[in-house]
Design a protein around this ligand. Structure first.
Ligand SMILES: NC(=O)c1ccc[n+]([C@@H]2O[C@H](COP(=O)([O-])OP(=O)(O)OC[C@H]3O[C@@H](n4cnc5c(N)ncnc54)[C@H](OP(=O)(O)O)[C@@H]3O)[C@@H](O)[C@H]2O)c1
Length: 291
């Protein structure tokens, strides 16, 4: 027997009866780890979950913003909020973060893998280092944290993971080729985990927003890529938590965004990607981040 199979709680016989994955999720007194909590959708998750009585572990790079949010939410809701500044675009960062949580005895009941960014440019002209960082953050860190969090949840027979994908995961996205592919990974990976864990008490949801009013587009460098119906980050978060309570594998926020995402899946792939290229093609020279 190797050391992994003896040390992993998931591999041990457990007498814990798995909780149902549909119905209310118990928030008060439990703990959520939220990546990308310093702005946008992640910050809204922190606000909504704190109001429901959850303790928080807030993760992003901007330590000052995380500290201000933790102080505010602890004071207004009487919860405990830990701040763990981390650059999840670096190899091994997710494992180091998890190690810090374990060292402090912080169990995670709800993992929200939300941190992510997009680049917008013809693929070959975007700096390779930036594309690499995008895959590390949107894919590798999300996969690592899911892998690290699941065994404890399974041992307890309950828990939840929300992975923030996008309607961009439903079809290829020319000029955001890497972003669309990372979100297709998140959607596929998460739905597979849902099926693996639905009878073991752990809820797993891919939350797929269309465009959301956040600083995301400042990072992209343009708002012209916002295809679909714009929503607020709070609307998206509330939709995601409803999806978690319904025990769904994935959820597109907003019915018009749902229609758009699924129409793209039904039409021939070559046609879909040609239409997408026409919509996404940059109309003027781009200022490339990281170049
Ligand atoms: N806004 C939209 O239209 C939209 C639509 C569909 C899906 N999404 C997805 O929603 C998620 C959240 O995006 P948002 O709209 O809320 O954008 P946002 O406001 O730009 O938030 C992104 C968050 O990710 C964090 N982050 C970025 N790089 C990081 C790194 N290397 N390590 C750790 N944290 C990092 C940022 O914090 P720091 O900069 O402080 O690190 C920030 O908290 C992303 O996965 C995005 O792909 C957004």
């Amino acid at each position: 027997m190797n050391s992994l199979s003896t040390s992993s709680p998931a591999s041990r016989f457990s007498s814990v009866r798995p909780a149902p994955i549909t119905g209310p999720f118990t928030y008060p007194g439990r703990r959520a780890l939220i990546t990308g909590a310093s702005s946008g959708i992640g910050e809204s998750f922190a606000r909504v979950l704190a109001a429901r009585g959850m303790n928080l572990i807030l993760v992003a790079r901007a330590e000052d913003k995380l500290r201000a949010l933790a102080t505010e939410l602890s004071a207004s809701h009487g919860i405990h909020a830990e701040v763990m500044p981390t650059d999840l675009g670096q190899d091994g960062a997710a494992r180091a973060l998890w190690g810090r949580c374990e060292a402090r005895g912080l169990e995670v009941d709800l993992l929200i893998n939300n941190a992510g960014f997009a680049t917008y440019a013809p693929f070959e002209s975007s700096p390779l280092a930036r594309e690499h960082e995008q895959v590390m953050l949107n894919v590798t860190a999300l996969m690592d944290l899911s892998h690290l969090a699941l065994p404890g949840m399974l041992a307890r027979g309950e828990g939840g993971i929300i992975n923030v994908a996008s309607t961009a995961g439903y079809q290829p996205v020319p000029y955001m080729a890497v972003y669309g592919a990372t979100k297709a990974f998140v959607l596929s990976f998460t739905e597979a985990l849902w099926a693996e864990n639905r009878e073991r008490g752990v809820r797993v949801l891919a939350l797929c927003p269309g465009p959301v009013e956040t600083p995301f587009f400042d990072v992209v460098g343009t708002r012209s890529v916002a295809v679909g119906v714009m929503m607020t980050s709070e609307q998206v978060v509330l939709a995601g938590l409803r999806g978690l309570e319904q025990g769904r594998p994935s959820l597109v926020a907003g019915w018009r965004n749902w229609l758009q995402a699924n129409l793209a899946r039904l039409s021939p792939r070559a046609l879909t990607v040609k239409i997408a290229a026409g919509m996404m093609k940059p109309r003027r020279p781009l200022q490339l981040a990281g170049s």
